[in-house]
Design a protein around this ligand. Structure first.
Ligand code: ZN
Length: 431
């Protein structure tokens, strides 16, 4: 039954190293899901490939479909390109184990996280089949457009009646030490393309033209000074950054008719995309009144802000982190976007994983001890979940569960937890 070419199913380090050896740069599958599928199937997981649009995805379930106690893990096996491979200390897809670390593209983001939860889930079902189900949703399209990855898995789950009670994403969340940070939400992200339209004219006769370049510069300066909000209980202030300004005009003596700018906005749970666009339009109206230049806005929303507020699910994960690492994790909403934004529409979602300091860098690496430590955290989360955790009202801020906060813990579950989006520099895995 055991394929000698496969890593041992209960060894997260061996699985992680084998995954790093798969050249799965988005959207290439690279053999990564093909490696995991027989490991999971061999442990009794029902596996289904949910490929869409040229992207490989894998769904695995141990236990009955639709069980009200279904723990979900989500992760991705695709990686960003290695860049200049010659600049690495070892080839980026060699999966080198040296100096107590696993080296290679994807070691941190996030093949070791995937390996840790796969190994933990397999070890759990072998030790004691859970009274419920363990679901594992793996995608090969997180670093790319993310259209046919976790979204495809969620679409397929909705069609076939698969359901997670809660979901833990294994992205690297810790800035410095394993255990220091759990992500309980993420800011929303959107890009707004602004087009200024004036009247073309000769640069020697500016009074006969309406200059969109100067007007757009005024607008961008106003937007740059705009305070959208000052943050909320779990989020830092929303931010706006001008990221592009372009006339595409090669003629120095022509005032062009149009000019374009781009602003990228990361927003708290106090904002909606429509509300933000309305704010930008109000600023634009003031500039139009002064200049006669018109502005159009086109918004691209990458994700809305979401939050799984402190409550039973946060207590479950934070308790396991503290028990295994001795660290009281910060509850953070910092960083960029992740696939958690899609999962948040399905069930309460949290993110916890390795130290992400080297992700997307040359010589990406993680400590081998951390991979094993993370697998122990995941195993404890599963054990506690099936031992007595109650989802309650979906786990969304329904208050501490007495069965979680009770015996066997060193203190009340909220002790030592710091809720902050402001104290930490952005540390999320993705821009
Ligand atoms: Zn990632």
């Amino acid at each position: 039954m055991t394929d000698p070419a496969l890593p041992p199913a209960d060894d997260p380090v061996a699985i992680a190293a084998a995954l790093v050896r798969c050249e799965s740069v988005t959207p290439a599958e690279g053999g990564a899901l093909a490696l995991l599928e027989p490991l999971l199937a061999g442990a009794g997981f029902a596996c289904t490939r949910v490929d869409r649009g040229g992207v490989a995805n894998l769904f695995a379930r141990f236990g009955p479909k639709g069980h009200p106690r279904s723990f979900g893990f989500n992760g991705h096996t695709d990686v960003v390109p290695p860049g200049d491979a010659a600049a690495w200390r070892a080839p980026p897809f060699a999966g080198l184990l040296a100096d107590g670390r696993l080296w290679g593209r994807g070691a941190a983001d996030m093949k070791s996280g995937v390996a840790a939860f796969v190994a933990a889930a397999i070890a759990r079902v072998r030790a004691a089949p859970p009274a419920g189900a363990i679901l594992i949703a793996l995608t090969g399209d997180e670093e790319g457009r993310a259209e046919d990855g976790t979204r495809a898995l969620l679409d397929w789950m909705a069609e076939t009646g698969e359901r997670m009670t809660v979901c833990l994403v294994g992205e690297p969340t810790c800035p410095e030490r394993l255990g220091d940070t759990i992500k309980i939400g993420r800011r929303g992200a959107m890009t707004v393309h602004v087009t200024a339209t004036g009247r073309q004219g000769h640069a020697a006769y500016p009074e006969r033209a309406r200059n969109p370049v100067a007007a757009l510069a005024r607008l961008v300066a106003r937007l740059d000074a705009l305070a959208l909000d000052s943050g909320s209980a779990h989020f830092g202030p929303s931010t706006l950054a001008a990221t592009g300004f372009d006339t595409a005009n090669p003629a120095a003596n022509v005032i062009p008719r149009t000019c374009r700018a781009m602003v990228n906005i990361r927003f708290s749970d106090l904002q909606t995309p429509a509300g933000i666009v309305a704010r930008l339009e109000a600023e634009a109206a003031a500039v139009t009144a002064a200049t006669g230049v018109a502005f159009d806005f086109a918004a691209e929303v990458s994700g809305r802000a979401f939050l799984t507020p402190p409550g039973p699910f946060v207590d479950l994960v934070a308790g396991a982190v503290r028990a295994e690492t001795g660290i009281a994790p910060v509850l953070s909403t910092s960083g960029g976007t992740s696939d958690a934004r899609f999962l948040a529409g399905h069930c309460p979602v949290l993110e916890f994983g390795l130290v992400g300091a080297t992700m997307h860098q040359t010589d990406e690496s993680v400590a081998v001890d951390d991979i094993r430590g993370l697998a122990r955290v995941y195993r404890r989360i599963l054990d506690d979940f099936f031992a007595g955790w109650k989802p309650g009202a979906g786990g969304r801020g329904s208050g501490p569960d007495p069965r979680i906060s009770g015996a066997g813990r060193s203190g009340p579950p909220d002790q030592g937890l710091v809720v902050s989006a402001r104290r930490h520099p952005p540390s999320g895995p993705h821009p």
